[in-house]
Design a protein around this ligand. Structure first.
Ligand code: NAP
Length: 295
């Protein structure tokens, strides 16, 4: 039987509706307006499109939102000064620096300069460390989106065999850490696979939940999964163009074949993608509440 499709578009819409109500309530009852600044350096078309999407969503939810565009020859010192200014700005609860930055700027130094209490991307080592010890405040957005998809699709994680393919610092490692915690919506037995893994199929075939973030089309084929598995495909790969000239997207999983064996599966596009921005908004609302002493 073909798998149930877990729609990230639908789940994201549901969460955004909840957030919109929460933002209205924060304004009415506490005069608190969540504030998000996105800092864009240079004119990389993909980065422009990402920050535009983030700002559009922030505005739709009723945030105080600022898009701060800086030229690609901005000095590291000036960028750090700008971050310091937003760190101190009481109207700003979330600071996002769109990556990549020009080569002349030390990306790590810039990310580490963001106040961890305003790090709504969840990439600051303080926040990653807190995640590791089960005291996370701001979860990185894509991994948090994966967890929400599991929770809201009614997938039992407690005691489940979770296999994560990919060990990047932004997806693989944090998602594995999230699902490992002795907490609701987690408490799984987690295995991480990577290019050094021997006989990857022997691991993926054991998975009740398979999370794939490899960045390789068809990294997972039907013979590598067991019947009934829940598959979350994080991968976004551009493979040619559609008839209308847009980039054609696919995930890391051979969707058509795997959906015939899986119990549930996310599509690409329309799976994890819409969740990432939504989790950024969720983190910003949380930060606004924390800063106002409401959380
Ligand atoms: P990344 O930094 O390139 O990491 C990929 C990981 O996958 C690495 O750990 C690599 O292993 C492993 N890997 C690659 N090919 C493999 C294979 N054939 N078998 C086993 N492991 C393999 O990528 P990322 O930043 O985590 O992103 C992964 C994918 O998710 C990309 O397609 C990206 O576009 C997508 N993504 C989507 C969203 C979203 O919002 N939907 C957000 C972030 C990323 P090694 O460590 O051994 O090299």
């Amino acid at each position: 039987m073909a798998a149930k499709i877990i729609s990230g578009t639908e789940v994201a819409k549901q969460i955004r509706e909840e957030l919109k109500k929460e933002v209205e309530e924060l304004k009415e009852k506490h005069s608190v307006v969540p504030g998000l600044v996105t800092i864009l350096v240079g004119e990389n078309p993909a980065s422009i499109s990402y920050v535009t999407g983030k700002q559009k969503t922030a505005k739709e939810l009723g945030f105080h939102s600022i898009q701060d565009n800086q030229p690609d020859d901005i000095s590291e010192e000036k960028l750090l000064g700008l971050i310091d200014q937003y760190n101190k700005d009481p109207k700003i609860h979330g600071i996002l620096v769109q990556l990549p930055l020009p080569k002349s700027i030390n990306e790590t130094k810039v990310l580490y300069a963001i106040d961890p209490a305003k790090d709504v991307d969840g990439f600051h080592p303080v926040n990653l460390g807190k995640l590791m010890i089960g005291e996370a405040e701001y979860l990185p957005c894509t991994p948090a989106g994966v967890q929400q998809l599991l929770i809201r699709s009614g997938t039992e994680t407690k005691g489940a065999e979770v296999v994560v393919v990919g060990r990047s610092n932004i997806v693989g490692k944090p998602v594995a850490n999230i699902l490992l915690q002795k907490q609701d919506g987690a408490n799984a037995t987690v295995t991480i696979c990577h290019t050094g893994t021997k006989d990857m199929a022997s691991h993926t075939k054991r998975a009740d939940i398979l999370i794939v973030a490899a960045g390789k089309p068809k990294a997972i084929t039907a013979d590598m999964v067991k019947d009934g598995v829940v598959v979350i495909d994080v991968g976004v790969n551009r493979i040619g163009k559609t008839e209308s000239g847009k980039a054609k997207l696919c995930g890391d999983v051979d969707f058509d074949a795997v959906k015939e064996k899986a119990g549930a599966i996310t599509p690409v596009p329309g799976g994890v993608g819409p969740m990432t921005i939504t989790m950024l908004m969720m983190n910003t609302v949380k930060s606004a509440k924390v800063h106002a002493g409401l959380n």
